[in-house]
Design a protein. Sequence first.
Length: 527
Amino acid sequence: MSETHLDLRQLAIDRPKPQTSTQVERRWLTRYLVPIGVLLGFAALLSVAAGLQFTVATEVTVCPVIVKRGLTQQAGTPLFQAAGWIEPRPTAITVAALAAGVVEELLVVEGQDVQQGQVIARLITVDAEIEVQQAKATLQKSESERQEAEAELNAAQLQRDNPLHLRLPLAEARGVLAKALTESDKLPYLIEAAETELSVRQRSYEAKMRAGDAVPGSALRTAEGELAAAQANRNELKSRVPNLQREIEALQEKVDVLEKQLALQIDDHGRVAKAEAQLRAKEALHEQSSIRLRQAELDLARMQVVAPIDGRILRVVATPGTRVMGLEHFAGQSSSTVVEMYDPSRLQVRADVRLEDVPLVTPGASVEIKTASTSETLTAVVLQPTSTANIQKNTLEVKVSISEPTEALRPDMLVTATFLAPHTPESINAQNETTRILIPEQLVRRDASDRNRSQQTNLSASVWIIDRDKRAARKTIELGSLQTGGLVEVVSGLEVTDKLIVTGAEGLTPGDRLSVRGDDPVMGVRS
């Protein structure tokens, strides 16, 4: 009988070991605390993002600082090169038609040399010729009217100086007055004669009455009639006395009035004044007609467009058949331009200078000009920078005057301008590398006490910049000397990577959120 061996270890039960406190803490940390921390972090980030979302950002425009890196070089050595193009100095000359019309004939071509006074174009002259004829006819009519008014004035003056029309009625009135006075003087004697005759007739009649039948009846009646006639004659003479006196007074008053009228000559002076006024009016009309004729003749002469100077045709604007507006008040810009021309002896270069090279530009400094149209190196002189930078090319245009232009030069030719170091006390033989930061002067902010010292250097001032987090920051800077084109040197306080706030800085406080609207093209460079 075989012996069976039993393994009692198979009946053993594995019981888990009791967990320690350290293991329990780790389980709570991994299962609960870590997820809760992650959730709290996300919540914090969401709250910060929400806060930023609801904060209004201020819109600003910015510009970078200008960094000057170069060498202090000996006068006449090259500083930098810039591309540019040739243009007339100071500008092209616009040759315009001074009278409205239609171009009939163009007598020049582009690039042609012309002399001052040379005919460039002709306009259709028919309308202008008709205007001249009408103006001449109007002038002749006004001349006739002026002569008529002058004749009337001469007649009025002659009548005033020789008032026969007033002297004749005065003489007649004086004659009638003299006659009345004569009758007045004779009337007493006539009355006395009538009294005497009445007395004779009275006695004759009384004598015949006493004679009775001795006197025939017819004689008595005759005597009676003669007595009545004598009485009537006497009475009539006596009644004439007051009437004659009133007649004399009236005649005297008439004579006085005529004498005063002759002395004053009111009507005559009035006619002379009126004639003089009419003559002045006619003379004014005659002058207007004369001016119209001159204007019409001037417009006719302006049908020929002439060159104002000796020069060269740059561009033909108006072709035959083009209507030009002349000097009409409603004419638009360039609506009368026929050609553009320039003086070949006065040319300049407009060079695109990089902003970092702008501080090296000095008015009056020498420049060497090279172009493919000629193998010669031309000499030129810096005039001045322009007032606006090009934000696309990051350049500033600088005008350079060519000293002696050659015949081969033409406007719009591309050139290379080499700017040379000017003659300054700093021009030395040794070459020392320099790095300077320049900013537009108008962006510098100073305190009230500093503004009274704005002409001094090394002033403590500040500028607004935008930091990497697009927040507003105000940096205190130390200023150096003023530079060409409205720039000022910053001795300390700024980095080459800083961007200055140009517009929108009003009312900012440090830390404000900003939104950049774009780069500002105006770099504070004065023309």
